[in-house]
Design a binder for this molecule. Structure first.
Ligand SMILES: Nc1ncnc2c1ncn2[C@@H]1O[C@H](COP(=O)(O)OP(=O)(O)OP(=O)(O)O)[C@@H](O)[C@H]1O
Length: 257
């Protein structure tokens, strides 16, 4: 492998994922996300978005083709992957700090001193604006607060790849906008290679350097440059670029879905 491929990012080559014999739930399709890139993925219900994320996360062994990270098979080498699910995935019997502590203990056993780990948990809770909720239990938190915990937990793992499966879709519009901004601010300070699945065209435009539009069956991926991404976050929605990009994406969706 050449040394340039060591920083190649996430590469999916001719990937086909099937749950059982018969029609594949995804693919065959290919996709490349450069290291430290963030792409959003939008597609109709049932086209295989979650299936793709699960396969990248190593939770679905039934695939053909390659999932490669920085030049090496992702699952032989196990790059650290943070997954943010739609339904938070928090342990209800543990408080917020203990939820993060458990995730770190499972994922990075014995890799750092206790004080360092506790400090990192504290910093990420602060970065997500929930330091005051550290001792609370998940079921006493609102959906938006639980999702902040889930995002803090994913970042605290210091993953190489972050996969987000419609993490903000259950939230009201205002909470959702706050979390989009907060997520992006944190991603900019810690630019992990990320694939963010969403149903929402606006969210895809606000958060993706490039936008992947998936056709039914996950066999065709259109990858669209996104000039909106480089604008200041608070200026994005009112920009001409945002308006034009929305039109473009809707057009592709109408043609392909
Ligand atoms: N555990 C499973 N066993 C068998 N088939 C599955 C399983 N999970 C998903 N599928 C099938 O795989 C296909 C893709 O599902 P997937 O959940 O990946 O779609 P999606 O694009 O994430 O949908 P949505 O946007 O509705 O969440 C669907 O046809 C679904 O029925």
């Amino acid at each position: 492998m050449s040394s340039s491929s060591n920083k190649d990012g996430l590469r999916i080559n001719g990937l086909t994922i099937s749950y059982k014999e018969g029609t594949p739930a995804f693919g065959p399709a290919s996709l490349h996300i450069p290291e430290h890139g963030i792409y959003t993925l939008i597609g109709p219900s049932g086209c295989g978005k979650s299936t793709l994320l699960r396969a990248i996360a190593g939770l679905l062994p039934w695939y053909t083709g390659d999932i490669i990270y920085n030049g090496q098979a992702a699952h032989g080498r196990d790059p650290l992957i943070g997954l943010v699910p739609q339904t938070y995935g928090l342990l209800p019997w543990k408080n917020v700090t203990a939820n993060l502590r458990t995730a770190l203990a499972v994922t990075l056993p014995g890799r750092e001193r206790k004080e360092e780990r506790e400090e990192r948990i504290r910093r990420w809770l602060e970065a997500m604006g929930i330091a005051d909720l550290a001792g609370r239990y998940p079921l006493s938190l609102s959906g938006g607060q639980q999702q902040r915990v889930a995002v803090a937990r994913a970042f605290a793992l210091l993953p190489e790849i972050m996969l987000l499966d419609e993490p903000f879709s259950a939230l009201d519009a205002v909470t959702r906008e706050t979390l989009q901004r907060l997520f992006l601010e944190n991603w900019r300070t810690h630019p992990v290679t990320a694939l963010f699945v969403t149903h929402d065209v606006e969210e895809a435009i606000l958060l993706g350097e490039r936008i992947v539009i998936m056709a039914p069956g996950g066999r065709e991926l259109d990858i669209i440059d996104n000039p909106v991404f480089s604008l200041k976050h608070e200026d994005k929605r009112s920009s001409t670029e945002f308006f034009e990009q929305t039109k473009l994406i809707r057009k592709v969706m109408q043609e392909k879905w």
